[in-house]
Design a protein around this ligand. Structure first.
Ligand SMILES: O=P(O)(O)OC[C@H](O)CO
Length: 461
Protein backbone atom coordinates (compact mmCIF):
# COMPACT_ATOMS: atom_id res chain seq x y z
CA UNK A 1 0.00 0.00 0.00
CA UNK A 2 1.45 3.38 -0.86
CA UNK A 3 0.05 6.74 -0.08
CA UNK A 4 0.97 10.00 -1.70
CA UNK A 5 1.24 13.07 0.42
CA UNK A 6 -1.43 15.68 0.25
CA UNK A 7 -1.02 19.10 -1.23
CA UNK A 8 -3.12 22.23 -1.25
CA UNK A 9 -5.41 22.22 -4.21
CA UNK A 10 -4.84 25.43 -6.12
CA UNK A 11 -3.77 26.81 -9.49
CA UNK A 12 -2.10 24.26 -11.73
CA UNK A 13 -2.89 21.43 -9.35
CA UNK A 14 -6.61 21.86 -9.90
CA UNK A 15 -6.08 21.45 -13.60
CA UNK A 16 -3.77 18.49 -13.07
CA UNK A 17 -6.27 16.80 -10.78
CA UNK A 18 -9.16 17.38 -13.16
CA UNK A 19 -7.13 16.04 -16.08
CA UNK A 20 -6.48 12.87 -14.12
CA UNK A 21 -10.15 12.02 -13.59
CA UNK A 22 -13.18 11.20 -15.71
CA UNK A 23 -15.66 10.77 -12.88
CA UNK A 24 -16.27 12.78 -9.75
CA UNK A 25 -18.32 11.47 -6.84
CA UNK A 26 -19.75 14.09 -4.50
CA UNK A 27 -20.96 13.58 -0.99
CA UNK A 28 -24.06 15.72 -0.30
CA UNK A 29 -24.58 16.83 3.33
CA UNK A 30 -21.77 19.20 4.19
CA UNK A 31 -20.35 19.26 0.64
CA UNK A 32 -22.97 20.51 -1.79
CA UNK A 33 -25.44 21.71 0.82
CA UNK A 34 -26.15 22.06 4.49
CA UNK A 35 -29.82 21.36 5.15
CA UNK A 36 -31.73 23.24 2.46
CA UNK A 37 -28.96 25.73 1.75
CA UNK A 38 -26.59 25.05 -1.15
CA UNK A 39 -22.92 25.66 -0.41
CA UNK A 40 -21.76 28.69 -2.33
CA UNK A 41 -20.25 27.78 -5.67
CA UNK A 42 -21.12 24.08 -5.48
CA UNK A 43 -23.72 24.07 -8.27
CA UNK A 44 -21.46 26.09 -10.56
CA UNK A 45 -18.57 23.65 -10.04
CA UNK A 46 -20.75 20.63 -10.67
CA UNK A 47 -22.43 22.07 -13.74
CA UNK A 48 -19.04 23.10 -15.13
CA UNK A 49 -17.58 19.66 -14.56
CA UNK A 50 -20.44 18.17 -16.55
CA UNK A 51 -20.04 20.72 -19.32
CA UNK A 52 -16.40 19.63 -19.55
CA UNK A 53 -17.41 16.04 -20.09
CA UNK A 54 -16.87 14.70 -16.57
CA UNK A 55 -19.31 12.17 -15.21
CA UNK A 56 -20.69 13.43 -11.92
CA UNK A 57 -22.41 11.33 -9.27
CA UNK A 58 -23.78 11.93 -5.80
CA UNK A 59 -23.16 9.43 -3.04
CA UNK A 60 -24.98 10.21 0.19
CA UNK A 61 -25.48 8.29 3.42
CA UNK A 62 -28.59 10.35 4.12
CA UNK A 63 -31.56 7.98 3.82
CA UNK A 64 -34.37 10.52 4.00
CA UNK A 65 -34.87 10.86 0.24
CA UNK A 66 -35.42 8.72 -2.83
CA UNK A 67 -33.23 9.30 -5.88
CA UNK A 68 -36.06 11.27 -7.45
CA UNK A 69 -36.46 13.47 -4.34
CA UNK A 70 -32.73 14.22 -4.42
CA UNK A 71 -32.84 15.12 -8.11
CA UNK A 72 -35.77 17.46 -7.44
CA UNK A 73 -34.00 19.12 -4.51
CA UNK A 74 -30.84 19.52 -6.58
CA UNK A 75 -32.72 21.05 -9.51
CA UNK A 76 -34.41 23.52 -7.19
CA UNK A 77 -30.97 24.58 -5.92
CA UNK A 78 -29.54 25.05 -9.42
CA UNK A 79 -27.76 21.71 -9.92
CA UNK A 80 -28.11 20.03 -13.28
CA UNK A 81 -28.69 16.44 -12.10
CA UNK A 82 -30.79 13.41 -13.00
CA UNK A 83 -32.14 10.82 -10.55
CA UNK A 84 -29.94 8.02 -11.89
CA UNK A 85 -26.82 10.01 -10.97
CA UNK A 86 -27.80 9.89 -7.30
CA UNK A 87 -26.85 7.02 -5.01
CA UNK A 88 -28.45 7.51 -1.61
CA UNK A 89 -28.68 4.91 1.12
CA UNK A 90 -32.46 4.64 0.76
CA UNK A 91 -31.96 3.38 -2.80
CA UNK A 92 -28.73 1.43 -2.21
CA UNK A 93 -30.15 -0.31 0.85
CA UNK A 94 -33.09 -1.56 -1.22
CA UNK A 95 -30.70 -2.82 -3.91
CA UNK A 96 -28.52 -4.44 -1.24
CA UNK A 97 -31.44 -6.34 0.29
CA UNK A 98 -32.65 -7.46 -3.09
CA UNK A 99 -29.40 -8.38 -4.81
CA UNK A 100 -26.91 -9.21 -2.07
CA UNK A 101 -29.15 -10.56 0.69
CA UNK A 102 -31.72 -11.93 -1.78
CA UNK A 103 -34.26 -11.22 0.92
CA UNK A 104 -37.39 -13.26 0.76
CA UNK A 105 -39.80 -11.80 3.27
CA UNK A 106 -40.71 -8.45 4.72
CA UNK A 107 -38.59 -5.78 6.32
CA UNK A 108 -39.26 -4.23 9.72
CA UNK A 109 -38.24 -0.72 8.74
CA UNK A 110 -37.08 1.94 11.13
CA UNK A 111 -36.77 4.63 8.53
CA UNK A 112 -38.33 7.21 6.28
CA UNK A 113 -41.10 7.16 3.74
CA UNK A 114 -38.38 7.49 1.13
CA UNK A 115 -36.89 4.19 2.24
CA UNK A 116 -40.31 2.63 2.09
CA UNK A 117 -40.71 3.83 -1.49
CA UNK A 118 -37.30 2.58 -2.60
CA UNK A 119 -37.98 -0.82 -1.02
CA UNK A 120 -41.33 -1.06 -2.72
CA UNK A 121 -39.73 -0.10 -6.03
CA UNK A 122 -37.59 -3.25 -5.88
CA UNK A 123 -40.51 -5.37 -4.68
CA UNK A 124 -39.63 -5.62 -0.98
CA UNK A 125 -42.55 -5.26 1.41
CA UNK A 126 -42.06 -3.47 4.68
CA UNK A 127 -43.81 -2.65 7.94
CA UNK A 128 -43.04 -0.15 10.66
CA UNK A 129 -42.81 3.32 9.10
CA UNK A 130 -44.32 6.09 11.24
CA UNK A 131 -44.89 6.50 14.98
CA UNK A 132 -45.20 3.52 17.32
CA UNK A 133 -46.56 4.65 20.66
CA UNK A 134 -46.04 2.80 23.86
CA UNK A 135 -48.99 1.11 25.58
CA UNK A 136 -49.50 -1.63 28.16
CA UNK A 137 -46.96 -2.96 30.67
CA UNK A 138 -43.41 -4.21 30.27
CA UNK A 139 -44.55 -7.81 29.86
CA UNK A 140 -46.81 -6.69 27.00
CA UNK A 141 -43.85 -5.02 25.34
CA UNK A 142 -41.82 -8.19 25.57
CA UNK A 143 -44.71 -10.03 23.89
CA UNK A 144 -45.44 -7.38 21.31
CA UNK A 145 -47.12 -8.92 18.24
CA UNK A 146 -44.62 -9.56 15.46
CA UNK A 147 -45.25 -10.07 11.76
CA UNK A 148 -44.11 -13.65 11.02
CA UNK A 149 -43.20 -12.64 7.47
CA UNK A 150 -40.55 -10.18 8.64
CA UNK A 151 -37.10 -11.54 7.81
CA UNK A 152 -34.99 -8.41 8.21
CA UNK A 153 -34.69 -5.34 10.41
CA UNK A 154 -33.47 -2.27 8.56
CA UNK A 155 -32.44 0.91 10.37
CA UNK A 156 -32.18 4.25 8.61
CA UNK A 157 -32.91 7.80 9.64
CA UNK A 158 -36.20 7.65 11.52
CA UNK A 159 -37.67 10.82 12.97
CA UNK A 160 -40.25 8.65 14.78
CA UNK A 161 -37.60 6.60 16.55
CA UNK A 162 -39.05 5.54 19.93
CA UNK A 163 -38.73 3.06 22.78
CA UNK A 164 -41.48 0.92 21.25
CA UNK A 165 -39.69 0.78 17.91
CA UNK A 166 -36.46 -0.11 19.62
CA UNK A 167 -38.29 -2.86 21.48
CA UNK A 168 -39.95 -4.18 18.34
CA UNK A 169 -36.66 -4.25 16.44
CA UNK A 170 -35.07 -6.12 19.33
CA UNK A 171 -37.86 -8.72 19.41
CA UNK A 172 -37.37 -9.40 15.69
CA UNK A 173 -33.61 -9.55 16.04
CA UNK A 174 -33.76 -12.07 18.86
CA UNK A 175 -34.62 -14.47 16.05
CA UNK A 176 -31.14 -15.42 14.87
CA UNK A 177 -32.10 -15.81 11.22
CA UNK A 178 -33.45 -12.27 11.04
CA UNK A 179 -31.14 -10.09 8.92
CA UNK A 180 -29.90 -6.84 10.44
CA UNK A 181 -29.00 -4.01 8.09
CA UNK A 182 -28.28 -0.34 8.74
CA UNK A 183 -28.03 2.45 6.20
CA UNK A 184 -25.06 4.22 7.81
CA UNK A 185 -23.25 5.07 11.02
CA UNK A 186 -22.91 8.86 10.77
CA UNK A 187 -23.52 10.18 14.25
CA UNK A 188 -24.51 13.68 13.18
CA UNK A 189 -26.41 15.28 10.34
CA UNK A 190 -24.94 18.73 9.57
CA UNK A 191 -27.40 21.56 8.94
CA UNK A 192 -27.46 25.25 8.07
CA UNK A 193 -25.56 27.69 10.24
CA UNK A 194 -23.19 25.13 11.72
CA UNK A 195 -26.08 23.33 13.46
CA UNK A 196 -26.49 19.56 13.52
CA UNK A 197 -28.97 16.90 14.67
CA UNK A 198 -28.31 13.29 15.77
CA UNK A 199 -27.67 11.03 12.80
CA UNK A 200 -28.68 7.46 11.98
CA UNK A 201 -25.56 6.11 13.72
CA UNK A 202 -27.12 7.01 17.07
CA UNK A 203 -30.28 5.05 16.28
CA UNK A 204 -28.41 2.10 14.86
CA UNK A 205 -26.20 1.89 17.90
CA UNK A 206 -29.24 1.84 20.17
CA UNK A 207 -30.71 -1.09 18.23
CA UNK A 208 -27.38 -2.92 18.19
CA UNK A 209 -27.06 -2.48 21.93
CA UNK A 210 -30.55 -3.81 22.56
CA UNK A 211 -30.22 -6.71 20.12
CA UNK A 212 -26.65 -7.53 21.14
CA UNK A 213 -25.84 -7.88 17.47
CA UNK A 214 -23.94 -5.85 14.90
CA UNK A 215 -25.71 -4.65 11.78
CA UNK A 216 -24.21 -4.77 8.31
CA UNK A 217 -24.13 -1.25 6.94
CA UNK A 218 -24.65 -0.33 3.32
CA UNK A 219 -23.48 3.30 3.36
CA UNK A 220 -20.01 4.82 3.19
CA UNK A 221 -17.34 3.71 4.00
CA UNK A 222 -18.69 0.33 2.85
CA UNK A 223 -17.70 -0.14 -0.77
CA UNK A 224 -21.22 -1.28 -1.70
CA UNK A 225 -22.39 2.16 -2.79
CA UNK A 226 -19.40 2.52 -5.08
CA UNK A 227 -19.91 -1.00 -6.43
CA UNK A 228 -23.52 -0.18 -7.12
CA UNK A 229 -22.55 2.97 -9.03
CA UNK A 230 -19.65 1.33 -10.86
CA UNK A 231 -21.88 -1.55 -11.96
CA UNK A 232 -24.35 0.86 -13.53
CA UNK A 233 -21.89 3.33 -15.07
CA UNK A 234 -18.65 1.43 -15.61
CA UNK A 235 -16.52 3.90 -13.68
CA UNK A 236 -12.74 3.41 -13.80
CA UNK A 237 -11.36 3.60 -10.23
CA UNK A 238 -7.99 5.05 -11.21
CA UNK A 239 -9.73 7.97 -12.92
CA UNK A 240 -12.29 8.63 -10.26
CA UNK A 241 -12.29 11.26 -7.51
CA UNK A 242 -14.33 11.11 -4.30
CA UNK A 243 -15.11 14.51 -2.79
CA UNK A 244 -16.35 14.59 0.79
CA UNK A 245 -16.36 16.38 4.12
CA UNK A 246 -16.00 13.35 6.41
CA UNK A 247 -12.81 11.37 6.86
CA UNK A 248 -14.49 8.31 8.38
CA UNK A 249 -17.09 7.89 5.64
CA UNK A 250 -16.32 9.75 2.40
CA UNK A 251 -12.54 9.68 2.43
CA UNK A 252 -12.41 6.16 3.81
CA UNK A 253 -14.78 4.98 1.08
CA UNK A 254 -12.47 6.49 -1.53
CA UNK A 255 -9.50 4.93 0.17
CA UNK A 256 -11.23 1.54 0.44
CA UNK A 257 -12.11 1.59 -3.25
CA UNK A 258 -8.77 2.86 -4.56
CA UNK A 259 -10.12 6.25 -5.68
CA UNK A 260 -8.47 9.64 -5.50
CA UNK A 261 -9.96 11.53 -2.59
CA UNK A 262 -10.49 15.14 -1.77
CA UNK A 263 -11.56 16.49 1.60
CA UNK A 264 -13.57 19.69 1.73
CA UNK A 265 -13.52 21.76 4.88
CA UNK A 266 -17.17 22.63 4.51
CA UNK A 267 -18.75 20.06 6.80
CA UNK A 268 -17.83 17.69 9.59
CA UNK A 269 -14.09 16.85 9.53
CA UNK A 270 -11.34 19.32 10.32
CA UNK A 271 -7.69 19.62 9.40
CA UNK A 272 -6.79 18.82 13.01
CA UNK A 273 -8.62 15.48 12.76
CA UNK A 274 -6.94 14.64 9.48
CA UNK A 275 -3.56 15.45 11.03
CA UNK A 276 -4.36 13.26 14.01
CA UNK A 277 -5.09 10.35 11.67
CA UNK A 278 -1.86 10.98 9.82
CA UNK A 279 0.16 11.02 13.03
CA UNK A 280 -1.60 8.04 14.62
CA UNK A 281 0.75 5.41 13.19
CA UNK A 282 -2.32 3.30 12.38
CA UNK A 283 -2.65 2.18 8.76
CA UNK A 284 -6.40 2.18 9.05
CA UNK A 285 -6.52 5.74 10.35
CA UNK A 286 -3.98 6.89 7.80
CA UNK A 287 -6.38 5.64 5.12
CA UNK A 288 -8.60 8.47 6.22
CA UNK A 289 -6.14 11.22 5.52
CA UNK A 290 -2.64 12.37 4.92
CA UNK A 291 -2.53 16.10 5.30
CA UNK A 292 0.68 18.07 5.31
CA UNK A 293 -0.35 21.31 6.91
CA UNK A 294 -3.29 23.46 7.77
CA UNK A 295 -4.28 25.60 4.87
CA UNK A 296 -6.95 28.13 4.13
CA UNK A 297 -7.75 26.42 0.85
CA UNK A 298 -11.28 25.23 0.48
CA UNK A 299 -10.31 21.75 -0.58
CA UNK A 300 -7.57 19.57 0.80
CA UNK A 301 -6.54 16.54 -1.14
CA UNK A 302 -5.90 13.23 0.55
CA UNK A 303 -4.85 11.10 -2.35
CA UNK A 304 -4.50 7.45 -1.49
CA UNK A 305 -3.60 4.56 -3.68
CA UNK A 306 -3.21 0.88 -3.15
CA UNK A 307 -0.28 -0.33 -5.14
CA UNK A 308 2.34 -2.89 -4.34
CA UNK A 309 3.42 -4.00 -0.92
CA UNK A 310 -0.09 -5.03 0.00
CA UNK A 311 -1.84 -8.33 0.16
CA UNK A 312 -1.10 -10.34 -2.90
CA UNK A 313 -4.32 -12.16 -3.40
CA UNK A 314 -3.03 -14.74 -5.79
CA UNK A 315 -0.60 -16.11 -3.25
CA UNK A 316 -3.39 -17.08 -0.89
CA UNK A 317 -6.55 -18.04 -2.64
CA UNK A 318 -7.85 -18.61 -6.14
CA UNK A 319 -9.74 -15.76 -7.66
CA UNK A 320 -12.21 -17.90 -9.54
CA UNK A 321 -13.97 -18.84 -6.35
CA UNK A 322 -17.28 -20.03 -7.58
CA UNK A 323 -15.73 -22.60 -9.85
CA UNK A 324 -14.02 -24.25 -6.96
CA UNK A 325 -16.63 -23.62 -4.34
CA UNK A 326 -17.24 -27.18 -3.39
CA UNK A 327 -13.54 -27.81 -3.20
CA UNK A 328 -12.88 -25.30 -0.47
CA UNK A 329 -14.92 -26.67 2.30
CA UNK A 330 -13.45 -25.41 5.51
CA UNK A 331 -12.88 -26.89 8.84
CA UNK A 332 -13.66 -24.32 11.49
CA UNK A 333 -11.71 -24.77 14.66
CA UNK A 334 -11.51 -22.62 17.72
CA UNK A 335 -8.28 -22.71 19.58
CA UNK A 336 -6.88 -21.83 22.99
CA UNK A 337 -9.13 -23.72 25.32
CA UNK A 338 -12.50 -22.69 24.17
CA UNK A 339 -14.45 -23.09 27.36
CA UNK A 340 -11.94 -20.99 29.25
CA UNK A 341 -12.16 -18.24 26.71
CA UNK A 342 -15.88 -18.30 26.70
CA UNK A 343 -15.73 -17.80 30.40
CA UNK A 344 -13.29 -14.93 29.93
CA UNK A 345 -15.37 -13.15 27.36
CA UNK A 346 -16.59 -10.57 29.78
CA UNK A 347 -13.27 -9.96 31.45
CA UNK A 348 -11.59 -8.31 28.52
CA UNK A 349 -9.36 -11.26 27.62
CA UNK A 350 -9.58 -12.32 24.02
CA UNK A 351 -9.67 -15.75 22.48
CA UNK A 352 -8.56 -16.55 18.98
CA UNK A 353 -10.43 -18.21 16.21
CA UNK A 354 -8.67 -19.86 13.33
CA UNK A 355 -10.00 -20.87 9.95
CA UNK A 356 -8.17 -23.57 8.05
CA UNK A 357 -9.20 -24.05 4.45
CA UNK A 358 -8.70 -27.71 3.62
CA UNK A 359 -7.00 -27.16 0.29
CA UNK A 360 -5.14 -23.93 1.04
CA UNK A 361 -1.64 -23.33 2.32
CA UNK A 362 -2.62 -20.84 4.98
CA UNK A 363 -4.54 -20.56 8.19
CA UNK A 364 -6.41 -17.36 8.99
CA UNK A 365 -6.42 -16.16 12.53
CA UNK A 366 -8.50 -13.50 14.19
CA UNK A 367 -9.43 -12.25 17.61
CA UNK A 368 -12.79 -13.53 18.69
CA UNK A 369 -15.64 -11.10 19.07
CA UNK A 370 -18.96 -11.59 20.80
CA UNK A 371 -20.62 -13.25 17.79
CA UNK A 372 -17.80 -15.80 17.61
CA UNK A 373 -18.23 -16.66 21.27
CA UNK A 374 -21.95 -17.04 20.79
CA UNK A 375 -21.54 -19.08 17.65
CA UNK A 376 -18.88 -21.34 19.03
CA UNK A 377 -20.63 -21.62 22.35
CA UNK A 378 -23.65 -23.02 20.57
CA UNK A 379 -21.50 -25.63 18.85
CA UNK A 380 -19.59 -26.69 21.92
CA UNK A 381 -22.45 -26.70 24.33
CA UNK A 382 -24.76 -28.43 21.91
CA UNK A 383 -26.44 -30.39 24.63
CA UNK A 384 -27.43 -27.31 26.59
CA UNK A 385 -28.02 -25.21 23.52
CA UNK A 386 -31.47 -24.34 22.35
CA UNK A 387 -31.41 -25.84 18.93
CA UNK A 388 -33.19 -24.40 16.00
CA UNK A 389 -34.59 -27.67 14.69
CA UNK A 390 -33.47 -28.64 11.24
CA UNK A 391 -32.65 -25.08 10.37
CA UNK A 392 -29.75 -23.53 8.56
CA UNK A 393 -28.60 -20.01 8.98
CA UNK A 394 -26.12 -18.09 6.94
CA UNK A 395 -23.50 -15.63 8.06
CA UNK A 396 -21.34 -13.60 5.76
CA UNK A 397 -18.31 -11.57 6.70
CA UNK A 398 -15.53 -9.67 5.07
CA UNK A 399 -12.10 -10.44 6.42
CA UNK A 400 -9.05 -8.42 5.51
CA UNK A 401 -5.81 -10.38 5.48
CA UNK A 402 -3.09 -8.38 7.18
CA UNK A 403 -0.34 -8.99 4.67
CA UNK A 404 2.50 -7.79 6.86
CA UNK A 405 1.35 -9.82 9.84
CA UNK A 406 2.35 -13.39 9.41
CA UNK A 407 2.12 -15.16 12.75
CA UNK A 408 4.98 -17.22 14.18
CA UNK A 409 3.29 -20.61 14.54
CA UNK A 410 5.49 -21.64 17.46
CA UNK A 411 4.18 -18.71 19.48
CA UNK A 412 0.68 -20.13 19.33
CA UNK A 413 -1.00 -22.46 21.77
CA UNK A 414 -0.77 -26.18 21.10
CA UNK A 415 -4.22 -26.72 19.53
CA UNK A 416 -3.51 -24.00 17.00
CA UNK A 417 -0.03 -25.31 16.25
CA UNK A 418 -1.52 -28.72 15.57
CA UNK A 419 -4.26 -27.29 13.42
CA UNK A 420 -1.91 -25.20 11.34
CA UNK A 421 0.98 -27.64 11.11
CA UNK A 422 3.09 -26.97 8.01
CA UNK A 423 1.00 -23.97 7.13
CA UNK A 424 1.62 -20.27 7.34
CA UNK A 425 -0.73 -18.41 9.68
CA UNK A 426 -1.96 -14.93 8.82
CA UNK A 427 -3.78 -12.41 10.91
CA UNK A 428 -7.14 -11.32 9.58
CA UNK A 429 -9.62 -8.78 10.80
CA UNK A 430 -13.16 -7.77 9.97
CA UNK A 431 -13.14 -5.09 7.34
CA UNK A 432 -15.01 -3.39 4.57
CA UNK A 433 -11.76 -2.73 2.80
CA UNK A 434 -10.56 -3.58 -0.64
CA UNK A 435 -7.97 -6.21 0.20
CA UNK A 436 -10.32 -8.70 1.63
CA UNK A 437 -11.30 -12.24 1.90
CA UNK A 438 -14.94 -13.16 2.10
CA UNK A 439 -16.28 -16.14 3.87
CA UNK A 440 -19.72 -17.28 4.52
CA UNK A 441 -20.72 -19.93 6.94
CA UNK A 442 -23.79 -22.04 7.00
CA UNK A 443 -24.74 -23.21 10.47
CA UNK A 444 -26.76 -26.37 10.41
CA UNK A 445 -28.43 -27.64 13.55
CA UNK A 446 -29.86 -31.15 13.61
CA UNK A 447 -32.58 -32.39 15.97
CA UNK A 448 -29.95 -34.73 17.42
CA UNK A 449 -28.52 -31.77 19.33
CA UNK A 450 -25.49 -31.39 17.09
CA UNK A 451 -24.63 -28.24 15.19
CA UNK A 452 -22.01 -27.95 12.51
CA UNK A 453 -20.68 -24.96 10.67
CA UNK A 454 -19.56 -25.24 7.07
CA UNK A 455 -17.64 -22.30 5.72
CA UNK A 456 -16.53 -21.24 2.26
CA UNK A 457 -13.92 -18.68 1.37
CA UNK A 458 -13.39 -16.64 -1.70
CA UNK A 459 -11.44 -13.66 -2.78
CA UNK A 460 -13.49 -11.12 -4.73
CA UNK A 461 -12.03 -9.83 -7.96
O1 LIG B 1 -22.78 13.40 4.19
P1 LIG B 1 -23.80 12.53 3.50
O2 LIG B 1 -24.44 13.20 2.32
O3 LIG B 1 -23.25 11.18 3.19
O4 LIG B 1 -25.01 12.34 4.52
C1 LIG B 1 -24.81 11.80 5.78
C2 LIG B 1 -25.86 12.25 6.72
O5 LIG B 1 -25.82 13.62 6.89
C3 LIG B 1 -25.61 11.60 8.04
O6 LIG B 1 -26.66 11.66 8.89
Amino acid sequence: MSRSKCTRLSGALVEQLLDSVDSVLFDCDGVIWRGDQAITGASEVINLLKEHGKKVFFVTNNSTKTRKMYADKMSSLGFNVTADEVFGTAYCCAVFLKTVCRLEGKVYLMGSNAMKQELEAVGVQQVGVGPDHVSGQQIDWANVPLDPEVKAVVVGFDEHFSYMKLNRAMQYLVQKDCLFVGTNRDTRLPLEGGKAVPGTGCLLQAVETAAQRQAQTVGKPNHFMFDCLAAQFGVERERCLMVGDRLDTDILLGSNCGLKTLLTLTGVSTVAEAEAHRDSGSAERQGMGTIQKKDAARFICTKTSFQGGGFDSSSYLPKAFWIGLSAILLLVVVALGLAGHLALAGSGSKGLICYKPVDQDSCFLQTMVRSDYEHVGSLVNASGHKLCGNKMQRRTEFLGVLAASQVNVSSLEEPLQTLCQDRSVHWTRRTDGKQRLVYFCIDICFPSNICVSVCFYYLPE
